[in-house]
Design a protein around this ligand. Sequence first.
Ligand SMILES: Cc1cc2nc3c(=O)[nH]c(=O)nc-3n(C[C@H](O)[C@H](O)[C@H](O)COP(=O)(O)OP(=O)(O)OC[C@H]3O[C@@H](n4cnc5c(N)ncnc54)[C@H](O)[C@@H]3O)c2cc1C
Length: 378
Amino acid sequence: MLKTDVVIIGGGISGISTAFWLIKRGIKNVVVVEKAYIGSGSTFKCATGIRASFTSEEHVVLMRESINLWKALSQELGFSYMRGGYVWLLSNEDQLKAFRELSRIHNSFGVPTRIISVEDVEKLVSKIDTRSILCALYDPLAGKADPFEALYSMAGFLRSAGVRILQQVEATRILQNGPQVVGVETTKGIIQGPIVVVAAGYETRGLVKTVDVDLPLKNVPHHAVITEAYKRAFDPLLVDAASGSYLVQTFHGGFIMGTEIEEREEAQPTPRVDFLYKVASVWIKYLPWLRNVNFLRYWVGYYVMSPDNHPIIGPLPEIDGLYVAAGFSGHGFMMGPIVGKILAEWIIDGKPSIPQAARLSYKRIEEGKLIHEKAVIG
Ligand SMILES: Cc1cc2nc3c(=O)[nH]c(=O)nc-3n(C[C@H](O)[C@H](O)[C@H](O)COP(=O)(O)OP(=O)(O)OC[C@H]3O[C@@H](n4cnc5c(N)ncnc54)[C@H](O)[C@@H]3O)c2cc1C
């Protein structure tokens, strides 16, 4: 039987980042359990985007901190990361009014978004057709990171620090002795440990149910497509505010695109032709030359949605030693670095150093104090 100080279930950005920060804080004995291969959940299906232009104080502040960590981590570990900005394309006065107000909120928490003119958009995004837009919100701190390089380099750091990352090992049950967590049952035997972190994405709810807590998380399929590699065109990630569609050019040159389509909760993540039509029609309107670029690959993954579009991060009440990080509602990649740091602080210090992070624990759900986030895209 394996014994450790901390067992982390899930080898996505949340679990790997938590292991990273635990090591940085001096906890040496950490095991990560991953049922398939690291990144195989939502992390390797994400669109690479990182931003702080959200609508809640909690998100704006925590994403700002995460952005600082992305920069530091990319320098330390050598993965691709850049601050190319986000450009939110606005097409009418109502949107302008709403985004002006949002920008005021962003600025009050140190995130320097601003409204920019059509001419500014044309300078940032070459060959864009701006006939349907009025102006844009520009978030210069935002950007993108390569999820494959980021996760593999963090995992490399962990392995060299002695962390065991067990792949093809599925956690089946969280083990308790009275109110204390004592380990995890897996398909390869029991792993004993007084602290368990569940960062298992779409399976977090099922795992936490094994200790009789039902987290209000729902898995909703979201679609993305990538084109063949194209010469470097522009740096910012574009968002069409009207439809919540996005487009970004990856470090390899392919354009990733996504858009909202109606999906049922817990539906199988299955490709749909209507998604391709919708996403292509939005982006060909702005970038007519995209007609000549071929789609290369199409995938569908889950957004794990919480009732207020904020994640649940922190301890679970009445079960000593059990922590969760899930329910990122479509923006858990960008949040990964700060999530790991917050969980390490909960585990080691008993509370996070940033007050806004403490508000995201399960307590808010129990007490019905939801904090609503509106800026969910794709
Ligand atoms: C199409 C799409 C585009 C997206 N774009 C963005 C974006 O641009 N920016 C952004 O910030 N976010 C984006 N997201 C959301 C982002 O991908 C997720 O929020 C984030 O990856 C969540 O990371 P995680 O580590 O919490 O979960 P996951 O990456 O899902 O990792 C959980 C891991 O746990 C493992 N696991 C599950 N059950 C068990 C078990 N029983 N035992 C052991 N292991 C288990 C899984 O195999 C998985 O590897 C996007 C998502 C999708 C689907």
